[in-house]
Design a binder for this molecule. Sequence first.
Ligand code: MRU
Length: 342
Amino acid sequence: MVETIEWTPSGVVMIDQTRLPLHEEYVTCRNYEEVATAIRDMIIRGAPAIGVAAAMGVAIGVQYAAEDGLDAQMETICDTLAKTRPTAVNLFWAIDRMKRLYATLRGQPIAAIRERLISEAKLVREEDIAINRAIGKHGAPLVPDGKTVLTHCNAGALATAGYGTALGVIRAAIETGKKIDVFADETRPFLQGARLTVWELQQDKIPTTLITDNMAGHFMKSGRIGCVVVGADRIAATGDVANKVGTYSVAVLAKENGVPFYVAAPISTLDLTLTSGDQIPIEERSAAEVTHVFGNLVAPEGTAVKNPAFDVTPFRYVTGIITENGVAHAPYEESLKRLAGK
Ligand code: MRU
């Protein structure tokens, strides 16, 4: 399986997800500003991977911070990273985790603080892989044998520290001997499905078929799709799910066609402070992502464009939310709280 992100002595190394699938290149971020740029420019993307990158960003920031005024520098590092992308709550979860640790370390020699922050960031990464394996274990029994699983965007190894959430469920189902194949929505405008999901599943020799987003309903109606499994960027206490734009349409089509719609996500993607999905901030990205495909203009010059990167699927379309602690079902207020240990 591919390595998405790693801490190395020369910096934070990430596979460049803007270059895949044609080029397998790695980028080394040597300071926290470069980590922030990598998150903003989607060199690394996917909620859990963004969280790992942010933790490593804090750790690398403190490596080069002066001992004098360390608290203020820590604040700047965290603020810079927090301003990169607004929707995936894992970003804020990881920054908070590093901040809370830092608060317990204040007053210690700077070398000890630096070392401890590095080991914490590495731990966030290791834990993420273990969490995804657990999500897979809980999700595998839900996948119907001998059918096709439809997924949207990329919630795979590339979107996490490894193994993936939605694709982790697919991997785990295959590991238990199920004969399944995958339909990957191409996921306009950034093409995470076509470029990343298809690429990473091919690496694992998992049979995968690419479809354009507007074909999902057609295949669901045909009876071929056994279930839909997607990831999430933020889940409100009600079970409303923010995920890559287009997920909502897929969920509505799934309900209409009697296809189970599952969301696979770690507990760190829950935002139980939100009482409705409408409170989730939705990132608006550049118009060029819509007007251009691989640098080529596909609409008339000056066209008005909207480009929300995410949408919110109301809980009533969600059959279950698969976490590392088990599967939540409606009513989600209760089941999510229980799984989160709250
Ligand atoms: O804009 P992206 O590529 O960061 O969006 C990614 C998604 O929407 C994923 O489905 C989500 O982060 C879950 S990744 C395990």
